[in-house]
Design a protein around this ligand. Sequence first.
Ligand code: GDP
Length: 196
Amino acid sequence: MIIREAKFLMSNSRVDQCPPPTLPEYAFIGRSNVGKSSLINMLTGQKGLAKTSSLPGKTQLINHFLINDAWYLVDLPGYGYAKVSKDSRAAWLKMINYYMRRRENLACVFVLIDSRHEPQKPDLDFMEMLGTEGVPFVLVFTKTDKLSGSRAQQNIVSYLQKMSESWDELPRHFITSAEEKTGRDEVLAFIEEVNR
Ligand code: GDP
């Protein structure tokens, strides 16, 4: 897919104020610092589109971008901030749960995982919630340039192996680096395929 146009539409703290659900929607989420903004900028080919969050946990907003006038790319507030209060964590969970259950045009959630990390509870809990709610999701391993080719591959294989202990069927996964623009064609081709 060629990205002809990517524009910021709006930020919301409420799911019912999101744009009308008339176009397919793809949401990106992951732990703080996983490389979400960098990935969104790499996919859309616009450096400053998604802002790198300088105040982790402060802004719990759902950000909508309109791509090619054909689909929404959604930047969701991340999880796993160490310094976030119990109250704001609960508010995040409520909003995200509501979004996942109610957003009828949600075609797929991209769950971002730092390719250097072992499976971690916040990610596994989040994926379990998606599974329970029946929300389609795929995994995106990020920052693969930070490891040598074989190390990144090994980590990803062992990540998926651990997941297979509790999942009957593993989600599809993508291997990416925003730095080296790895995985861009694959992710965009997948979105094109789902949009069809
Ligand atoms: P976010 O908090 O999930 O939006 O993460 P950011 O996109 O702001 O990235 C967090 C940090 O990781 C920044 O310092 C980025 O420059 C760096 N980063 C993100 N993606 C990559 C990547 O693919 N390769 C490398 N080497 N660094 C990355």
